[in-house]
Ligand binder design. Structure first.
Ligand code: SF4
Length: 474
């Protein structure tokens, strides 16, 4: 059977602000995971429109398209095109799960929720010519999941081909997060077996790994087992964790020992009122600066995530957030305009309050204001968001943030990582054009090498927790 799997490009890919490198980081792991359920004899063509030109003149037996909110219209157009040619088309992903009735007219079958149970069931039905219109996931387990078909991934086109996911979902329930909608009807957080995760890591070449899990430390027992197994593997890795998990126990030290060198942290807001409204309980009464000090004492770089436009935000929020990030030595900052994704509690609340101002999904990219704001005017929110990005990544602020670290090596790593990420667009574009992005991996691995600070011991990390200026948000 000929199967075509497609990740259509996000709408942002046509924006003047599009940064090709941002969309050449990670391969389409979700599709490669589903591909593992196909027969080895099947002829599979996996195309990622972010890194290659889509060919649409073929006639496979089956087309599978992954739909996000800002590629939804493009995904539907591709689906319609293939259906007009008589090809059987399946749609799945976050947006299909949130709005199945919108997606259904463009597909022969749709998938709601994760595909580990539903996709193999569909394949059985398809083979006997009895596929259903709709498949909903209810059984949630990663036990026995076959190895991802990494052979289908064009590694040379990505900066981080070794991305990996060893859990699904997250134990928390922030009201703006897509996660609860996607995992509705079953467990919302589950993990691989530690041994399976370690075997998957073992199969990956080189040293660098990027864990794309929403919350790598979300299950302490699993994470401790994983980090224990990774000690001595000589890996360097990046991942995401919550402030709460960074401050609690000594899991973060175990992660650092195993090779964690940079972490994505959802600080989101400094306002307790905003945290409460967002149901982001895990950040309430947590000392943000203590978390930063602990990470830095372990030589872990920080990508801080912040949301602008929550109801308690006023015009000062932009300067306050940027200054805090610079003074606390964050390596990179990711800012978002609050976006009420369909399916989330936030969307339901805003819809009920008549606050949704557009259903043009192309604008749901966290760069546009799509709802009626509270204390901030929509124009001020958009302007402040743009300003925050410019300001945080000014050379003078990059230099200031670097100088917050105590060793030259840490300062240099910070400088190279931030500068490399934000200031050398033509170089990235050249590497993308010449399909030599992954030649940069040794450099990335060098930048992520271990920093020994005078505080880099578990006891010192605990000291860092008590010695920093306390700023507790609650
Ligand atoms: S902690 Fe992150 S992944 Fe988890 S629910 Fe909140 S926003 Fe979503």
């Amino acid at each position: 059977m000929k199967v075509k799997m497609i990740l259509p490009a996000l709408a942002e890919a046509e924006s003047p602000f599009w940064r090709p490198i941002k969309y050449s980081l990670f391969p389409p792991l979700g599709l490669a995971t589903l591909a593992a359920y196909l027969d080895p004899e099947d002829e599979i063509d996996l195309q990622d429109q972010h890194v290659e030109r889509l060919r649409l003149d073929d006639e496979p037996d089956l087309v599978i398209i992954q739909v996000y909110i800002t590629n939804a219209y493009r995904a539907y157009a591709i689906a319609d095109h293939y259906r007009a040619r008589g090809v059987y088309v399946c749609l799945g992903g976050l947006h299909v799960t949130s709005l199945p009735d919108e997606a259904a007219p463009h597909a022969d079958s749709i998938f709601l929720g994760p595909g580990e149970e539903t996709f193999p069931q569909f394949l059985k039905d398809f083979k006997v010519n009895q596929p259903r219109k709709r498949y909903s996931s209810s059984v949630r387990t990663l036990v026995g999941v076959p190895p991802i078909r990494r052979d289908l991934i064009k590694r040379e086109r990505y900066l981080v081909p070794n991305s990996i996911v060893v859990t699904r979902g997250c134990p928390h329930h922030c009201n703006f997060c897509y996660k609860d909608a996607f995992f509705e009807g079953g467990k919302t957080f589950y993990t691989q077996q530690v041994d399976d995760a370690l075997a998957e890591i073992d199969r990956l070449p080189g040293r660098h790994l990027y864990f794309l899990d929403d919350h790598l430390l979300g299950n302490a027992k699993f994470a401790a087992g994983l980090f224990e197994g990774m000690r001595g593997m000589k890996r360097v890795f990046q991942g995401a964790a919550t402030i709460d998990s960074i401050l609690r126990g000594n899991l973060i030290e175990q992660a650092a020992e195993a090779g964690l060198r940079s972490v994505f942290v959802g600080f989101e807001t400094f306002s307790p009122e905003n945290l409460r409204q967002s149901n982001k309980k895990q950040n309430l009464k947590r000392d943000y600066e203590a978390a930063v000090a602990r990470l830095h004492s372990l030589g872990i770089m920080i990508n801080g995530s912040f949301v602008f436009g929550l109801d308690d935000d006023d015009e000062d929020v932009f300067a306050r957030t940027v200054d805090w990030g610079v003074h606390n030595g964050l390596t990179t900052a990711t800012y978002h305009i609050l976006t009420p994704y369909p399916g989330t509690q936030l969307y339901k609340d805003m819809r009920a309050a008549g606050r949704i101002t557009t259903d043009d999904w192309d604008l749901y990219d966290t760069r546009h204001v799509v709802y009626a704001t509270n204390k901030l005017a929509p124009e001020a929110l958009k302007k402040g968001y743009d300003w925050a990005y410019r300001e945080f990544y000014r050379w003078s602020n990059i230099a200031k943030a670097c100088l917050t670290h105590e060793t030259m090596k840490h300062q240099l790593k910070h400088f190279l990582y931030t500068g490399g990420w934000k200031k050398f667009e033509p170089v990235w574009n050249f590497l993308i054009k010449t399909q030599s992005l992954n030649r940069m991996l040794p450099l990335l691995e060098a930048i992520l090498s271990k920093v020994r600070t005078s505080n880099s011991s578990p006891t010192a990390a605990k000291r860092a927790l008590s010695s920093v200026t306390k700023t507790t948000y609650a």
